[in-house]
Design a protein around this ligand. Structure first.
Ligand SMILES: Cc1cc2nc3c(=O)[nH]c(=O)nc-3n(C[C@H](O)[C@H](O)[C@H](O)COP(=O)(O)OP(=O)(O)OC[C@H]3O[C@@H](n4cnc5c(N)ncnc54)[C@H](O)[C@@H]3O)c2cc1C
Length: 517
């Protein structure tokens, strides 16, 4: 991972020529290169404490060099990138520890409790909500607990169609191990190439094919978690009436309740056929009604996303990448995966319903173009930052009856806070009862981009909670959304979270300042 940009350093690129003209027209171009990579502050932890850990894990797995710590500093939100580009590494951990087993994770937690050191579980480092920035005050130091050595496929049950994965496996690594067994997990968030199995579980991630495969939390059937109070194993059966489902306490717990060391997931056969296609709608409202109808008819494709008018127009301005012939209306992408027979049957049924609802088929190219470029947008964000354009995303979910009001309220909040901004939205992650709304914002970065974005994001968060929607559908709470969580779960909900935290992590060493208000 690049320390100041998204993804593979070899793929860092300047803004493509076609997009450059568009950006210049909309915002102007201001050359804004990143500062040369800075050194993090010297480790602020007593070195003799680290020697204890070295004796347990081996010296090679307790690291304090600048490069290793730089790569474990914060996540990959635009504010994180802006701070890294400006040379601000003040949140760097004092050390990076890399346990190689569940027992070594437990040993690190015992050490942290004994010496009151804050521990930040680290998967792929792709958090966009400040999930990797622990509060430092009052602690003897902060260590990043990197799960990169825990990356095995531990077991496969072909009869029950489950697999046990270690948390440090990145998306492609997990898929490759499963593919060798003829299986797939089907979880493809945009951060797929770098994010990990443990991170997906700890944030309740949702992938681009969630309509067909389900959100990550719905794929999890079992968990093993190391907590400062001991080991927890959950998921004895596919379903259970043995009280509240405690797996749900750890899904989305963002490293604040324990470290997830094994994840048992539901798996599916590798699809025989993958087919993508586009549909055009006269308006976002018309397309959204069609999506609702599909969801409520039980006729969802595997992938389903609908861009609003602005996102469609921007996408269509670069037809080589997103596809389509007309800049008007809204583009829907539908993807189908499965056996040849199942895909054919579903395509026929979905196509008939969409046609009856007024959709116009746009052929395969828009869908195929989306699939080709589905992991590329984050690289474009860096290229935009290089020319002085602030780009960031945010997301929420709401019930169908409030979709229009939430969309309008968030859009208005962003446009008011950032005059001249382009606000794009797509609808994805669809349910019978509602959907998520995913916004992309582009605006001139100006002199104080961090402060301007924070104000805009706060306005959007206020609009989200005022409209009764969730503060996050899949990016998690982290430290960024924490001030808004009580609006969603109320005083009693907050005190339940605090009670769980106090019981599992009585000295508060796990990710302090993240999730729990
Ligand atoms: C460009 C980009 C695109 C993205 N697209 C999507 C998307 O499509 N869908 C989506 O859901 N999210 C998306 N995200 C957000 C992010 O990728 C997800 O939240 C992802 O699940 C984080 O996984 P990770 O392994 O990188 O976790 P990290 O960022 O390393 O950690 C995230 C949080 O989980 C905790 N954690 C990590 N591993 C463990 C563990 N084993 N046990 C306990 N706690 C742990 C961390 O302490 C932290 O609080 C995107 C982010 C970026 C930057």
């Amino acid at each position: 991972m690049h320390p100041q940009r998204w993804g593979d350093p070899a793929r860092a690129e300047a803004l493509p020529e076609g997009a450059r003209g568009l950006v210049e027209l909309a915002f102007g171009l201001v050359d804004s290169p990143a500062a040369p990579p800075a050194s993090p502050p010297a480790p602020g932890i007593d070195v003799t404490l680290l020697d204890e850990l070295r004796a347990r894990l081996g010296a090679a797995h307790v690291l304090t060099d600048d490069e290793t710590r730089r790569l474990r500093t914060r996540g990959k939100s635009t504010p994180d990138l802006l701070r890294a580009r400006g040379g601000d590494l003040t949140d760097a951990p004092d050390a990076v520890v890399r346990p190689g087993s569940h027992d070594e994770v437990a040993a690190v937690l015992a050490w942290a409790v004994e010496h009151h050191v804050a521990v930040v579980p680290f998967g792929g480092g792709t958090s966009v909500t400040g999930g990797l920035v622990a509060r430092r005050e009052g602690y003897a130091g902060v260590v990043s607990l990197d799960l990169a050595r825990l990356r095995r496929l531990l077991a496969v049950d072909h009869t029950s169609m489950t697999a046990v994965l270690e948390p440090g496996l990145r998306g492609p690594e997990a898929e490759a191990l499963l593919a060798a067994q003829g299986l797939t997990l089907g979880h493809h968030p945009q951060s797929f190439e770098f994010a990990t199995i443990g991170g997906f579980a700890a944030t309740r991630s949702s992938g681009q094919a969630s309509a067909g495969y389900g959100r990550f939390d719905s794929l999890v059937v079992g968990l093993r978690v190391a907590t400062p109070r001991g080991d927890v194993r959950l998921g004895a059966a596919p379903a259970s009436a043995a009280g509240p489902d405690l797996r749900q306490l750890f899904l989305g717990s963002e490293g604040a309740f324990g470290v997830i060391t094994e994840v048992t997931v539901r798996v599916r056969p590798l699809p025989e056929v993958v087919h993508d296609e586009g549909w055009r709608w006269p308006s976002f409202d018309a397309g959204a009604e069609a999506v609702r109808t599909l969801a409520q008819a039980g006729l969802l494709p595997t992938v389903l996303r609908l861009s609003d008018e602005t996102e469609t127009a921007i996408g269509l301005a670069r037809p080589d990448e997103i596809g389509g012939q007309s800049a008007s209306g809204c583009l829907m992408v539908a993807g189908f995966e499965g056996t040849a027979e199942a895909v054919a049957a579903r395509r026929t049924a979905v196509g008939a319903l969409l046609t009856a609802l007024g959709g116009e088929p746009a052929g395969e190219e828009p869908g195929e173009a989306w699939r080709r470029g589905r992991y590329d947008a984050p690289y474009l964000r860096d290229a935009m930052l290089d020319v002085g354009v602030l780009v960031e995303t945010l997301e929420t979910a709401t019930f169908w009856s409030r979709r229009g009001a939430t969309y309008a309220a968030v859009r208005a909040a962003l446009e008011t806070a950032l005059p001249g901004a382009l606000v794009l939205c797509h609808l994805s992650h669809v349910y019978e009862t509602g959907c998520s709304l995913y916004f992309t914002v582009a605006a001139p970065a100006g002199d104080a981009p961090l402060e301007r974005w924070r104000a805009a994001k706060a306005a959007a968060n206020d609009a989200i909670v005022a409209s009764g929607a969730t503060i996050t559908h899949h990016h998690a709470v982290g430290s960024d959304h924490r001030p808004w969580l009580h609006h969603e779960i109320g005083d009693v909900g907050v005190s339940v979270l605090r009670a769980v935290k106090a019981d599992l992590d009585p000295t508060g060493v796990l990710n302090p300042g993240v999730l729990v208000p």
